[in-house]
Design a protein around this ligand. Structure first.
Ligand code: SF4
Length: 340
């Protein structure tokens, strides 16, 4: 089995606000291994981006309560010193954000920004070496004429090209883990496909593991090996990507899949939506957090509203599901029928 790159155990993150305590992440655990692509899927506010920020050590400890552990590069990010975390960033883990324009400094040439990112972990490198590295990275991410691009500023590029530059900066120190938080959401559909393809090609070349955070199951289907479905800061289901699409093992996953129109348009007709809205993270419902929206909750007496289900492995598929339905009922979700 390939080497473990990241291990997250029982991570909880909450923020105190004037309106109350926001329980953003509520006890999630997962591993990421070398070369693996993990898709983290969920609606807005499900805790995906807070999880990514916690892994990168970007959450101010004075403004949040955090518990559990995040093991990365031999350190626990939750307890490591700031200087230790700075040493991890870029080398052990790097991040690509949704909006490439805000990730780039508008006052510096793109060459300078790539070179500076390299210099952080190679302080003894010469200016010439950094220049060559920047040229090489611009070529690797597919920018035409790198020798001209290197002296240009972010506003001189299209959105897709800017995202390529952000990826070049993220990968310049060959990190073991790349976290991409909705990296294609701000881009046109055709450019989205190009960026995803680029990330997959670079993963082959650099050997990095990838965590891809998205609300888009289509993106996950394209690139992920494993998928973790989050809702209300918790893991609802975790499985191999093909298994999730063939045999979804949680009512929420089934709802998400139902709201995706087939790409080949073979399933015409109305899109299904999940009734209701995600819960307020300040006052989460008791029991299963999905129960106010779940079509199966009423068949379970009060169990769903009073007892929080824990993740368990379904022996038939190897998926993990946090639901009170029994194994046979969960396995029949993909067929749209629940057996009594
Ligand atoms: Fe629905 Fe109950 Fe399962 Fe939650 S535990 S997903 S409410 S059936």
């Amino acid at each position: 089995m390939s080497e473990l790159v990241l291990q997250v155990k029982d991570l909880k993150v909450s923020f105190s606000t004037v309106d109350g305590v926001v329980q953003a992440v509520n006890g999630i655990s997962f591993d990421v291994r070398e070369g693996q692509t993990l898709g983290i899927v969920g609606e807005s506010g499900s805790g995906k981006s807070v999880t990514a920020s916690a892994i990168m050590g970007l959450i101010n400890r004075n403004s949040a309560d955090m518990s559990g552990s995040i093991l990365l590069g031999g350190l626990d990010v939750l307890t490591a010193q700031e200087r230790e975390i700075r040493a991890l960033r870029g080398r052990e883990a790097a991040m690509v954000f949704q909006d490439p324009m805000s990730a780039l400094n508008p006052y510096y040439t793109v060459g300078k920004q790539i070179a500076e990112a390299y210099e952080v972990h190679h302080p003894k490198s010469s200016k010439k070496e950094r220049q060559l590295i920047a040229l090489d990275m611009l070529a690797k991410v597919g920018l035409p004429k790198p020798s001209e691009c290197i002296d240009e500023y972010p506003h001189q590029f299209s959105g897709g090209m800017r995202q390529r530059i952000v990826i070049a900066i993220a990968l310049v120190n060959n990190p073991r883990l790349l976290i991409a938080d909705e990296p294609t959401t701000a881009l046109d559909v055709t450019v989205q496909a190009q960026i995803l393809e680029l990330m997959m090609n670079l993963q082959q070349e650099f050997g990095s593991a990838i965590i891809l955070i998205t609300h888009d199951l289509g993106v996950v289907a394209e690139v992920a090996d494993e998928v973790m479905v989050m809702y209300a800061g918790q893991t609802m289901e975790s499985s191999k990507v093909q298994t999730l699409f063939d045999t979804p093992s949680h009512p929420y996953t089934r709802g998400l899949l139902g709201s995706v129109r087939s790409l080949d348009n073979s399933e015409r007709g109305a899109l299904h939506t999940i009734a209701g809205n995600p819960p307020s993270m300040i006052s989460l419902p008791g029991g299963c957090p999905f129960h106010p929206r779940c079509e199966f909750a009423s068949s379970m007496d009060d169990l769903c509203s009073s007892v929080q289900p824990t993740l368990r492995v379904l022996p038939t598929t190897g998926s993990e599901s946090a639901c009170h339905l029994n194994d046979d009922q969960l396995l029949s979700l993909g067929r749209g029928v629940i057996h009594d």
